[in-house]
Design a protein around this ligand. Sequence first.
Ligand code: ATP
Length: 224
Amino acid sequence: MNDALTLDGIGKTYNPGKPNALTVLDGASLSLKPGEVVALVAPSGAGKSTLLHIAGLLDSADTGRVLIGGTEMTRLSDARRTAARREEVGFVYQFHHLLPEFSAVENIVLPQLANGVPDREAREHALSLMARVGVEGRADNRPAALSGGEQQRVAFCRALANRPRVLLADEPTGNLDPATSDTVFAALMDVVRDTGLAALIATHNPTLAARMDRTVRLEGGRLV
Ligand SMILES: Nc1ncnc2c1ncn2[C@@H]1O[C@H](COP(=O)(O)OP(=O)(O)OP(=O)(O)O)[C@@H](O)[C@H]1O
């Protein structure tokens, strides 16, 4: 079976050729199997966000290849890469980034509509995801009316709405108090384990990292 995500020798330098050039990634490689959940640990500023953006096709690498489900994304046209990002990758950030003018359930429906899912089916799927992480009762509330933990659960549902092959998360519970972080993370792990998608989750929290299958460390631009 193809790996869910492969990063092969990724290099990235900001401001190349200038006095302030900064090489952040220098041959970073990693493979995630379907169903594998990996913690990404790095000191602040080491390039974690850069790596996640490149893995999620939001930014391009200077060197190396990104493969999702065995397809080399770095070779696709911009349009096909954008479609692949929408279909194959889910993102969760430290802050929820939900659309404030839409209800919680609408925030999970919208990315499905963008992928051509009929409205009713999209809503049913959104509600079933919400039920799995325990926020179905807040479906019709706007994000501002939800607690931080609830907002983040809704953000997970949105990331999972299009049944991605890969979930990328940047400190997904970093904005929550320790107890909430713990329960919200447990909810995320339940859904991830059920759906069998691969996940790369950046965290500074050793307790959360210990609950994943393995840890990779970003050091000197490489993953070890
Ligand atoms: N667009 C950019 N132009 C120039 N330098 C950048 C750019 N984006 C990031 N950097 C620099 O690259 C380095 C890595 O940034 P990145 O955001 O990937 O780190 P990080 O490991 O995610 O950090 P943190 O944990 O603090 O969020 C930092 O020194 C940052 O200042």
